[in-house]
Design a protein around this ligand. Structure first.
Ligand code: M6R
Length: 614
């Protein structure tokens, strides 16, 4: 949700800001804007509806000079996407400009108070309320900007990452965070600000992740001071980030999503590095080993997540219950956080999040922590808020995921959950050595099998053309394949805007089968496992209603392949690892259908990669 970039140093700020916005465009892309202070101390704000490229067109012929600036790409919360609601927002006197990610929950009360003092608002955003409030506090009390920001933020309820600059003080940017991410980059005579490290890494690897209610004062490109809302100084914890710039580019692929689908064999390899031995005979997840007392003592695991990460959680439940014989509950983080759940210090809560910033998942973590549970994070973005809020955890190490539709993060999450279940099961003695060796050995061979699946890309691209007519899709699976069906349906709907639902295959006859007719494509995950015969019956029920069955089967299948309309043949693996193989063709199917329909695959409408508002 909303991307923030800031720069102060000796270079022209605009090119750095715009490049940074492009790196952050995955966070939101309905409008964009920039504020710059030029050498004559003019504070220029340019903003427009649409993507960053539209901002670039908009500023042609405009004064974009200045060595200090802030910029923003927006995902609308308050007010429709339009240039008035785009950030930065000016204060009334136009001496302050502010950008914001998050939601000011009490904005209506604050706005009324300011309106009563004569303040007039040009936009319908909560952000404009904040900049006016800062200005009001500053002018009425004759304060400097930092103090005014501190006092204003004490009045605010909600989430924010903000950056503010002042016309008469081109030597400083003031930035603050609460429940929305913000990173400061420390370069050589220049300082950067961003929602995550991706816009910063090409200039410096030294970063400071701000914590909640911390305010950073970036002065002259050289001095970084961090204080809290009450002005107590905090020593910044400077970290080194390692990120390969190539990971942030499309690298010859037409979309990030396709690139990320194709990266999966390498990603799974990276995810297992140092955890599964090269011989494929042992697996050890250090976070489990290091905290084995609490993990072994746990009476119950609760997994909290949203979206695709929630689908990975459903697979994790089956893995942990199967191998470790511990009950596992899977919860939507957004529901869990508001329903007064029963949690205690014998629970282990696993939070799964690619971005590590999802507001609901973070809130679920905080709630579970406050009730004494031990919190284990499974995240991708290094240094993000969830890993910092947990007791321990394991990164999935799949590299930055830029496409809004999650692909490699899902398979990375399932891989970590598999390693977690195996490590714990071995510690508990709930898995015998033969089964352990079989699963680890198979896990080790998944990257090679994924490469085989990727060879089907052209075939899937071809068959996708058949289905662009469809307004609905059904996805079916059982056991480990049921969450894969949910994930396949989510992928299709979010990027192609075709309505799609996933069901456990046997649930069809309890209602959804009424939808099946000759127009209805039904994707069935029908690999050879314990429920194969049952899935076969489910397929027959669909064929009897003339549904179009696209079956995902194993190579050499001779039964389902005869009755399905289309078969996608995959290499075999063991049942519990099937999701790592069967998810990949469903990602490709969704991708190609969306491409055939001319959709904006990497930045689908209404979505954002990192959901930092609830
Ligand atoms: O960053 P997270 O894993 O916490 O994100 C959770 C969901 O917002 C995310 O998986 C979303 O559903 C994706 N767009 C799915 O492709």
């Amino acid at each position: 949700m909303c991307g923030i970039v800031g720069y102060i140093g000796s270079k022209p700020a605009y090119p750095i800001l715009v490049k940074g916005l492009k790196r952050l465009e995955y966070r939101g892309y309905d409008s964009a804007g920039v504020a710059l202070i030029d050498d004559n101390q003019q504070l220029n704000v340019y903003k427009t509806k649409g993507k960053v490229s539209e901002l670039e067109n908009f500023v042609i012929q405009k004064n974009i000079s200045g060595n200090i600036g802030i910029a923003h790409t927006r995902w609308a919360t308050h007010g429709e996407p339009c240039s008035e609601n785009a950030h930065p927002h000016f204060s009334s006197s136009e001496s302050l400009a502010l950008i914001h990610n998050g939601i000011i929950e009490n904005y209506a009360v604050l706005k009324e108070k300011l309106q009563a003092k004569g303040y007039v608002f040009k936009s319908s955003t909560d952000t404009e309320v904040l900049v006016q409030l800062i200005e009001y506090i500053k002018i009425t009390n004759n304060l400097d900007l930092l103090t005014a920001v501190q006092l204003a933020l004490q009045e605010v309820i909600g989430a924010y990452a903000i950056a503010v600059i002042e016309k008469n003080h081109p030597e400083q940017i003031i930035a603050a965070r609460k429940s929305s991410p913000l990173v400061v980059g420390i370069g050589d005579g220049e300082l950067f600000l961003a929602s995550d490290a991706t816009p910063i890494v090409e200039y410096t690897d030294k970063v400071v992740y701000l914590n909640d209610e911390e305010i950073a004062v970036l002065s002259n490109g050289t001095e970084l001071k961090v204080v809290n809302l009450h002005n107590a100084e905090i020593t910044p914890d400077v970290k080194t980030v390692v990120m390969n710039l190539g990971q942030l580019e499309k690298g010859g692929y037409s979309h990030f999503m396709l690139k990320e689908i194709f990266e999966q064999p390498d990603c799974i390899h990276d995810c297992m590095r140092g955890r599964v031995n090269v011989e494929g005979t042992n697996v050890a997840l250090s976070a489990v080993i290091d905290h084995k007392e609490v993990m072994l003592r746990a009476k119950r695991f609760i997994i909290v997540a949203c979206g695709t990460s929630w689908h990975a959680a459903l697979i994790g439940k089956q893995l942990i219950e199967n191998f470790c014989r511990i009950p596992v509950e899977v919860e939507y983080a957004s529901e869990f956080r508001y329903r007064n759940p029963v949690i205690n210090n014998e629970d282990v809560v696993i939070a799964i999040s690619q971005s590590g910033e999802t507001a609901d998942t973070l809130a679920a973590v905080e709630l579970a922590k406050s009730k004494g549970a031990f919190i284990y994070g499974i995240c991708n973005a290094i240094g993000s808020s969830i890993p910092r809020a947990t007791n321990t955890g394991s990164y999935i190490h799949v590299g930055p995921e830029i496409g809004v539709a999650s692909t490699k993060a899902f398979t990375g999450q399932v891989t970590v959950l598999t390693m977690l279940a195996l490590t714990l099961a071995k510690e508990k003695g709930t898995i015998n050595q033969e089964d352990f060796l079989e699963v680890v050995g198979e896990l080790n061979s998944i990257p090679e099998k994924m490469k085989e699946v990727l060879l089907l890309n052209d075939k899937i691209a071809e068959l996708s053309k058949i289905f662009t007519y469809a307004h609905n899709f059904i996805y079916l699976g059982r056991g480990y394949s049921y969450p894969v069906a949910l994930e396949g349906a989510l992928k299709l709907k979010e990027i192609s805007y075709i309505h799609a639902e996933g069901y456990p295959a046997a649930e069809m006859k309890h209602g959804p089968i009424a939808l099946v007719d000759a127009e209805m494509p039904v994707v069935v995950i029908a690999t050879h496992n314990a429920l194969y015969e049952k899935v076969l019956s489910n397929i027959q029920e669909i064929k009897a209603r003339k549904g179009k069955v696209i079956a995902v089967v194993n190579k050499g299948d001779t039964i389902i392949s005869k009755i399905a309309d289309i078969c996608i043949e995959l290499p075999s693996t063991i049942e519990c690892l099937d999701p790592l193989i069967t998810t990949v063709p469903l990602q490709m199917l969704a991708y190609h259908i969306a491409v055939c329909k001319g959709m904006d695959v990497d930045q689908p409408r209404n979505l954002a990669k990192s959901v930092t508002v609830e």
